[in-house]
Design a protein. Structure first.
Length: 410
């Protein structure tokens, strides 16, 4: 009887110690790294044993660098830009240019999305983006080209593909494929996959706060809790969403990356039909299991008009478990339109009449600025030139991180 009691006592103590260890582990902060890649500050965090977790995060950043070298529209030596120069060369005889399997597949996906959105997502919009000064001119001959000249070089139907040879052909000189509309989403998904291959079961990949992919959920929580920023001030939360394992969230907005002031103010989001940039203050956020799709689908909803037109229904029907929220400044208030498979996933935020958050903002103040809003000054690891890489040590001032974010943890 004494041995049984002693044995029971030992098992009980072991169970208590195990429980205490699990509670402690779930409260442990995640490991995280921040680096400047793909023209933005990228943050990757993960829970787990320290050596393996750090190795996984580093491997994920290596993957981001690899994808950037493949798809960058800033780096002259990226595979995409090399292809653009060859396929867009002058001459009546249009060349066929061979792409690597991965690049060719990305171009296929981009053209499929163009067709599925009636051309409102157009991966050939690059000449217009450069003409407005949001991308550097690739050559001296293209500097100072008019909007009309750039517009003539845009049109996804002018791109031909040969799947057997993985070859690409442009119908006219000076065209280019611009994969900026899907590159960050694709990269986030690839980085998340690398993390999984390293055994990570709880982590989050965030590229500038505008393209996020979830791996599992935080310990002790059912989801990653994210706030979507109000486009009127770019910092207050206007809606909340819970990101589940394997889901991605992407946001595009006209409140960041803009040029001009007042009536001359224009955003980097350009309507491929008219060649004109979107004005006003609007954001579109897409929730879907496909990171690449989430990034691309944020674009066409800017051009679809008010309400929930038939186009929205058509587009969303082609993508499983995909939902969207559009937030638009109407002067007198914030217009909110949700649609798709689960529009209820976008929870409302309590705001005051001027668009600033009330209780919700105070409750999440320390997390709202994780991707860079709500403060002044320069990032402590600010790059000197776009395309460079900068490592930020853990313990960075999260209030200064990224400037193009659309979502934040809370």
């Amino acid at each position: 009887m004494g041995r049984r009691c002693q044995r029971g006592w030992q098992i009980g103590i072991a169970a208590i110690l195990c429980t205490l260890y699990l509670v402690h582990a779930s409260d442990a902060p995640p490991r995280k790294q921040v680096r400047y890649l793909m023209g933005t500050l990228c943050e990757i965090e993960a829970y787990g044993d320290e050596p393996n977790t750090e190795d996984a995060i580093s491997a994920a950043f290596d993957e981001l660098k690899r994808v950037d070298a493949l798809l960058s529209n800033w780096k002259a030596d990226s595979e995409l830009m090399v292809l653009n120069r060859a396929a867009g060369a002058a001459g009546a005889q249009r060349p066929w240019v061979t792409a690597s399997p991965e690049l060719f597949q990305r171009i296929q996906v981009a053209l499929h999305l163009a067709q599925a959105t009636d051309g409102l997502f157009d991966p050939t919009v690059g000449p217009l983006v450069r003409a407005y000064g949001f991308l550097p001119a690739p050559s001296r001959s293209s500097r100072g080209q008019s909007i009309a000249e750039a517009r003539a070089r845009v049109g996804w139907e002018k791109v031909k593909l040969n799947a057997d040879s993985r070859a690409v052909q442009f119908a006219i000189p000076g065209m280019e494929i611009d994969l900026g509309g899907i590159a960050k989403g694709y990269a986030a998904g690839q980085a998340a996959q690398i993390m999984r291959e390293h055994g990570i079961i709880s982590g989050l990949v965030s590229l500038g706060g505008s393209s996020l992919t979830a791996i599992g959920t935080p310990p002790g929580r059912r989801a990653w809790h994210l706030s979507i920023r109000d486009p009127r001030d770019g910092s207050s939360p206007a809606a909340f969403v819970e990101l589940q394992d394997g889901e991605s969230l992407s946001t595009s907005g006209t409140y960041r990356n803009v040029k001009g002031e007042g009536k001359d103010r224009r955003s980097h989001i350009i309507d491929p039909r008219t060649g004109q940039p979107i004005r006003g203050r609007t954001s579109v956020t897409v929730l879907t299991p496909n990171a690449e799709v989430s990034d691309a689908l944020t674009k066409p909803f800017f051009f679809a008009g008010g309400g929930i037109p038939a186009r929205w229904v058509k587009w969303l029907a082609g993508f499983e478990n995909t939902s969207v929220i559009l937030l638009r400044d109407q002067g007198s208030g914030l217009e909110r339109i949700t649609a798709g498979a689960h529009p209820e996933r976008f929870e409302r935020s309590t705001t005051t009449g001027d668009g600033n958050a009330a209780k919700a903002n105070r409750r999440s103040a320390q997390h709202l600025a994780r991707d860079g809003e709500g403060s002044t000054g320069h990032p402590p690891c600010a790059p000197q030139a776009r395309g460079s890489e900068t490592n930020c040590a853990e313990g960075y001032d999260s209030a200064h991180v990224s400037r193009d974010s659309g979502a934040s943890l809370y």
